[in-house]
Design a binder for this molecule. Sequence first.
Ligand code: NAP
Length: 257
Amino acid sequence: MLKSLQGKTVIVTGASRGIGKGIALRFGEAGLNVVVVSRSQGDADKVAAEIGPNASGFAADVSTEEGCKAMVEAAVTRYGGVDVLCVNAGIFPAAKLGEMTAGDFDHVISTNLKSTFLGISAVLPAMTRAGSGRIIITSSITGPITGYPGWAHYGASKAGQLGFMRTAAIELAPKNITVNAVMPGNIMTEGLEGNGPEYIAAMEASVPLRRLGTPADIANAALFFASEEAAYITGQSIVVDGGQILPESLGALEAMG
Ligand SMILES: NC(=O)c1ccc[n+]([C@@H]2O[C@H](COP(=O)([O-])OP(=O)(O)OC[C@H]3O[C@@H](n4cnc5c(N)ncnc54)[C@H](OP(=O)(O)O)[C@@H]3O)[C@@H](O)[C@H]2O)c1
């Protein structure tokens, strides 16, 4: 049983659906004040209403400096500070090399990677004032460990987040701020559903635990990184993928029976 985080405040970006929503619900259940961030105020408000009176929505585009600063200001005004930042918002449009434009590349890098830098930069003054903080990044297995046709830009953004994290963790350690990452495998979200039923079925078949993950699976790992019990862990990442990266070949999966 982890010690209570009741009364602390978390900002979750990309929390109007999918993994971010799962994280927001889980942290809300654990008694934290939750700032639910997405570009749509209406969608963010809906998730906040689901969580309860300890949550509120905020509309921000996290690929912009103004958006990130505004979401932190809102958390400080509403709840008095920010204890935890979950940098989760991300997009994964597919485009193979030869078709991928410079604009596609910039869009993915700016939404997934630049937003990591901007969000962390924006929250630093509040966490520095408080003398502590927890930052949890939603990376991926795609990029840091694996590849998938169409996602060269996405993989670069997700591997980039981990590269960024390692130096950020060293720089922020003297301020008692930890920075860690969760690396999801294939998690059943609205975003993933967009890849179609064939993709989903193929993915299920390639996971040793024989199911896709749920947003709650990722949220539990994020909650651990936010806990007092994880105070001595920084600059680390945890793979939550049902064993997806383990089989060395299709033969290994078939041999499971
Ligand atoms: N699903 C998976 O299998 C999987 C696997 C590995 C890693 N991940 C990572 O997990 C994270 C969430 O993925 P998901 O599957 O939950 O995606 P999703 O269902 O498509 O949800 C994405 C969330 O991000 C928000 N968002 C997108 N662009 C934004 C922006 N510029 N500013 C603010 N919010 C923005 C969306 O809300 P609005 O559109 O309203 O802004 C939405 O709340 C991503 O970082 C992704 O790379 C997912």
